[in-house]
Design a protein around this ligand. Structure first.
Ligand code: GLU
Length: 483
């Protein structure tokens, strides 16, 4: 059996789209499932969309996800170069082959001519399509126009009749009437290939066995198959993945949320969580569980279980998954993960031990890295401030004073305050005063944190230590409880 070879072939735009990440992941999983090779190819032939540093950015983001490619621009391999802009001559030679064999032709239409063609077709209510006016241009006319300095493109000669039928691994049998397919430009007047020519040539020479990509390319397949036929090459198998959708079922768009993997990195998502989530967008492994490591996904990946319907990008689910992954981190890894987010929010993180305690106190309340500072805000205030009227109201009953004074009296017996000490003290206050439930817990919480809800109190005590805890309780009595 031939060795499976798949490729992720992004056009670098400056960021890695989450839809692109899913495409990369499925290509990776499929290759690895079949002990094959996963390749990264940069498709940067569109010079008008060139973005400085975009390819490097993309590779960096891909590395963050852990989807390591076996061959690629910076990974080497026997099928390079893996960057299309370094392969221009190969495409030009192949365009010439097609011209020589009569499968392609020079077209001298100017942009104005094409625009006029479009307008006339629209006015006549016809489908807009290149009308093939240069299909039968003679070699001598090509030569004389070229000699006169006219610029031309090379177009593919599509059959005018019949239909192209192919099997898609996700969509099943697909049929397209050939007359609906344009005579695609293959080589532009600047000598650069279009996506279609470069893609087919590269997939052939890189010996790609399976093309897995987004469904926006489905209708290009007839052109590609025509190219394979013209070159006398065997086409790879194809799988076209459905669109990713916003919650309202429209196409996933920046306007409704983040689409760049880099945004998710910045907000504090873990690569394992993002991959796990993205995997389920269209692929349903056996329904027995929700969480999979990359290795487990490889073991289970089955292309026949990819659905045809668009998959909703459910941010709530991603957040939930991410929270779960965060809570599985070791204490050290968790500290490493959250520290940059605390620091970015302005927190002093010079004392790693203290930061680790703070993180331990609040991590249960966050699902992303960038939520940590807000969840931990009480630890970064220098003074006690109680402003919330509801919090203030909890301090007014006599029982509040009893609890707080009881706490101070008992704390005085301890040199330091541990979590266990705190629990013992509060138990003692409850037994002596008979105050329990909200009446017991709210005043002490508000005195320590200034708020009516937040991190678990023993953890707060652990971070504050005795001096600060007692000072806050004393201040609460002095400043907020009426004499
Ligand atoms: N460069 C194309 C893209 O970014 C690749 C499509 C394909 O995989 O064939 O969408």
């Amino acid at each position: 059996m031939t060795k499976v070879r798949t490729r992720f072939a992004p056009s670098p735009t400056g960021y890695l789209h989450v839809g692109g990440l899913r495409t990369a992941l499925y290509n990776y999983l499929f290759a690895k499932r079949h002990n094959g090779t996963f390749i990264l190819r940069i498709e940067d032939t569109d010079q008008s969309r060139y973005v400085e540093g975009a390819a490097e950015q993309l590779m960096e983001s891909l590395k963050w996800t852990g989807l390591n490619y076996d061959e690629g621009p910076d990974a080497g391999g026997d099928y390079g170069p893996y960057v299309q802009s370094q392969r221009t001559e190969i495409y030009q030679a192949h365009a010439q082959k097609l011209l020589d064999s009569g499968h392609a032709y020079h077209c001298f239409c100017t942009p104005e001519e094409l625009e006029k063609m479009r307008e006339e077709q629209m006015a006549a209510g016809k489908p807009v399509k290149y009308d093939g006016r240069y299909r039968d241009i003679s070699p001598s006319e090509v030569a004389s126009r070229k000699a006169a300095g006219e610029s031309s493109v090379v177009r593919l000669k599509m059959p005018l009749e019949g239909e192209t039928v192919f099997e898609d691994l996700v969509r099943g049998t697909v049929r397209v009437q050939n007359e609906l397919v344009d005579d695609q430009v293959l080589l532009k007047s600047d000598g650069f290939p279009t996506y279609h020519l470069a893609n087919v040539v590269d997939d052939h020479y890189m010996e790609i066995t399976h093309v897995i990509r987004g469904e926006e390319w489905l209708l290009s397949v007839p052109k590609h198959l025509q190219l394979y036929k013209a070159f006398g090459w065997e086409p790879p198998q194809m799988a076209h993945l459905s669109l990713l959708l916003n919650a309202d079922k429209t196409k996933l768009s920046k306007r409704q949320g983040d689409v760049a993997v880099e945004d998710y990195i910045g907000k504090g998502f873990l690569p394992e969580a993002l991959l796990n989530f993205v995997a389920t967008l269209g692929w349903s492994p056996e329904q027995d569980r929700e969480f999979f490591t990359l290795e487990e996904m490889v073991e289970r990946f089955d292309i026949s279980r990819i659905g045809k319907a668009g998959a909703v990008f459910d941010l709530t689910k991603l957040n939930w998954m991410n929270g779960n992954y965060i809570r599985q981190l070791s204490e050290d890894a968790m500290t490493d993960f959250f520290l940059p987010h605390l620091s970015a929010a302005g927190a002093d993180v010079s004392d790693r031990k203290l930061s680790a305690k703070i993180i331990a106190a609040v991590h249960k309340n966050v699902s992303r890295g960038d939520e940590i500072f807000h969840a931990a805000r009480i630890f970064y205030k220098d003074t006690l401030e109680i402003n919330d009227p509801e919090a203030l109201a909890h301090l007014q009953p006599d029982s509040a004073r009893v609890v707080l004074e009881g706490f101070l009296a008992k704390a005085a017996d301890h040199d330091t305050l541990t979590m266990a000490d705190f629990k013992t003290i509060m138990k003692g206050v409850q037994q002596e005063s008979g105050i329990k439930g909200q009446e017991l817990w709210k005043p002490i919480r508000i005195a320590l944190t200034g708020e009516i809800s937040g991190p678990e109190l023993p953890a707060v005590i652990e971070v504050f230590g005795k001096e600060k805890a007692c000072s806050y309780v004393q201040q609460t009595i002095d400043r907020y409880i009426d004499k």
